[in-house]
Design a protein around this ligand. Structure first.
Ligand SMILES: NC(=O)c1ccc[n+]([C@@H]2O[C@H](COP(=O)([O-])OP(=O)(O)OC[C@H]3O[C@@H](n4cnc5c(N)ncnc54)[C@H](OP(=O)(O)O)[C@@H]3O)[C@@H](O)[C@H]2O)c1
Length: 325
């Protein structure tokens, strides 16, 4: 089978496509014939050795994928060859086949394409558990989403609307904000030209945002913290800007603010029931048409490096998906 391999840490140009042996599932595992794989900002970090998880070299990136089960290992119940599933792989999805722990699989509805399924778990899962379980976002509250046209950002816009919030989308260009508007954002901030604090205060009549969803960090975090409401919650999702910001304890005290860290991947291991319950809700919302993945680019597996470069250059909106047929 063919796989995209990271054989040495570095940029996307270091990735190679090679033939490797097809893996065999052990007890509790299945092998998946992959049709599509979601691309994440985390993939750009894992190949550089700067992500929180460092698989031994060589490895294939790819945190999430979708396809059909091609072999079932011993002791696996509830799955058979040919079942259509999505898989939360952590890494290994940029390949024609992957062996996955059966606990990391979710059956997908017939109505769901492999491209949508591959774009689904990381972005929607992170935004739903982050906003609902971690931030306690309530209907009627104001949600500010930074990097709102990105993979996790756009799902936070959609989920915020689905949960009854007023959503302020902040992004770096008019084109990106147009996508956020199509996905339900009530207010738009172009943070290349406008001051986040001034605009949030204007939109909320001086109150500030109740919940801030931040996959960007850096200057955007600093500005957003100055626009948070009394008893506001800021969910730390990531640092796409490249700078890990610091929260000032005096602001937390004076405004009774909570800064809440959130790493979705760890919930798969420590509290899988939270992830599974969230995925059930999200797939119900998908089937009822309440949410719809936005895939800006579908790219063949051989061009995985170009897909990662596109994310580094901030050229994508929503998700980028690799196809493996
Ligand atoms: N905590 C978790 O469990 C979890 C789960 C998934 C992802 N994440 C993290 O969330 C972040 C976003 O991931 P994603 O997959 O949604 O990525 P993405 O689709 O590339 O979105 C990132 C967004 O960040 C903004 N950005 C600002 N400065 C940037 C820079 N220097 N380089 C690239 N983007 C920049 C871009 O929007 P503008 O151009 O509009 O600024 C871009 O749309 C990453 O840090 C990722 O590691 C965390």
């Amino acid at each position: 089978m063919k796989a995209v391999l990271c054989k040495e840490f570095g940029g996307p140009e270091k990735l190679v496509v090679e033939d490797i042996a097809t893996p065999t599932p052990g007890d509790g595992e299945v092998r998946l014939r992959i049709h599509a794989c979601g691309v994440n900002f985390g993939d750009t970090l894992i190949i550089q050795g700067t992500y929180q998880v460092k698989p031994p070299l060589p490895f294939s990136p790819g945190m999430e994928c979708a396809g059909e089960i091609s072999e079932v290992g011993g002791g696996v119940k509830g799955y058979k060859v040919g079942d259509r599933v999505l898989a939360m792989t952590g890494h290994g999805g940029f390949a024609q086949e992957v062996v996955v722990d059966a606990k990391m699989l979710i059956p997908i509805p017939q109505s769901m394409s492999f491209e949508h399924a591959a774009a689904f778990p990381v972005a929607y899962g992170t935004s739903h558990v982050g906003l609902d379980y971690r931030a306690g976002l309530k209907s009627g509250e104001t949600l500010l989403v930074l990097g709102a046209a990105g993979g996790v950002g756009l799902t936070a816009v959609e989920i915020g609307k689905a949960m009854g919030a007023t959503v302020i989308a902040a992004a770096s260009s008019a084109e990106k904000l147009e996508v956020c508007k199509q996905y339900g954002a009530d207010h738009l901030i172009n943070y290349s030209e406008e001051d986040i604090r001034d605009r949030v205060k204007e939109i909320t009549n001086g109150k500030g945002a109740d919940v801030i969803y931040d996959p960007v960090g850096g200057d955007a975090f600093d500005a957003a913290m100055r626009s948070i409401a009394w008893e506001g919650r800021l969910v730390v999702i990531g640092f796409a800007s490249g700078r890990v910001p610091e929260a000032k304890a005096n602001i937390l005290l004076v405004k009774n603010v909570s800064v809440v860290g959130f790493y979705w991947g760890s919930y798969n291991i420590k509290k899988p029931q939270v992830v599974m319950q969230s995925m059930k809700t999200l797939l119900d919302w998908y089937e009822s048409g309440k949410i719809k993945p936005h895939v800006s680019h579908t790219i063949p597996m051989e061009k995985a490096g170009d897909a990662l470069e596109m994310m580094i250059q901030r050229k994508s909106t929503g998700k980028v998906v690799l196809t493996l047929d």
